[in-house]
Design a protein around this ligand. Structure first.
Ligand code: ADP
Ligand code: MG
Length: 235
């Protein structure tokens, strides 16, 4: 279950949102993706999921070149990007949403229990709090049978307690599911992943173990630079 990027680039007009990005992940790997706003993190996920095409380089999954494969077919191959909450069916129940996403109807109860959603099974999604909706989003993506989960800031905008719930949900995913997680909160991300990729201006500037990433020279430079900017704005 190997996902590999080889020299992947994505341009918007003259802007290189992704620039010569290469890395490989193996089955069950848990990988954090960090970097300042505008670094190219979401673009990376769109290029892997297939909602956008790379303008350069190749994405392969299990050795298969995905260049000409649509987003829908990539999802069927097992590449799942979190659905936006707006793509959930708000007027349907949690269970109905999971059932619509599931490849196999027998899995619905198991998915609900895995994500601690049994209690809310019969609740309409639009009647749930925001944190719970994000959990449903995760459950629905998982229910599609994804082998690689691309989670773009699943805990953004949530309070501390809800962040813990999302963290736990990611932690208890089956061991063989590969997870790529974009997350700004370093403590949260480092508690969930073994490896971290850091993007800056579209380039992969660090690819290191979770224990090493804070001390990585390129990461220090990226984040110190960011902090300097903020203090300038504040002063
Ligand atoms: N559809 C688009 N058209 C033009 N520029 C875009 C588009 N999507 C993203 N960008 C630009 O690409 C860069 C990377 O964006 P993005 O991947 O969203 O960054 P991140 O998720 O790391 O904050 C940014 O400069 C952003 O403004
Ligand atoms: Mg983003």
């Amino acid at each position: 279950m190997t996902l590999a990027l080889d020299d992947v680039g994505r341009e918007y007009g003259g802007l290189r949102a992704l620039d010569a990005v290469s890395f490989t992940t193996g089955e069950g790997e848990r990988v954090g993706v960090i970097g300042p706003n505008g670094a190219g993190k979401s673009t990376l996920f769109r290029v892997i999921a297939g909602s956008e095409r790379a303008s350069q380089g190749r994405v392969t999954f299990e050795g298969k070149d995905l260049s000409r494969i649509s987003e829908r077919r990539r999802a069927r191959l097992g590449i799942g990007r979190t659905f936006q909450i707006t793509e959930l069916f708000g007027t349907l129940t949690v269970e109905q949403n999971v059932r619509l996403a599931a490849r196999d109807g027998d899995q619905v109860a198991g998915v609900l229990s895995r994500f601690g959603l049994q209690t809310w099974r019969a609740s309409r999604v639009d009647e749930l709090g925001y944190g719970r909706q994000r959990l449903v989003e995760l459950a629905v993506t998982f229910a599609t049978g994804a082998r690689v989960l691309l989670l773009d800031e699943p805990a953004a905008g949530l309070g501390a307690a809800e962040r813990v719930v999302i963290g736990d949900a990611v932690r208890q995913l089956p061991e063989d599911v590969t997870v790529l997680l974009i997350e700004h909160d370093m403590d949260l991300v480092l508690g969930l992943v073994d490896r971290v990729l850091c993007l800056s201006n579209g380039r992969l500037v660090a690819d290191a173990g979770a224990a090493e990433i804070r001390d990585h020279p390129a990461v220090r430079e990226v984040y110190l630079g960011e902090r300097d900017d903020e203090s300038e704005i504040a002063s």
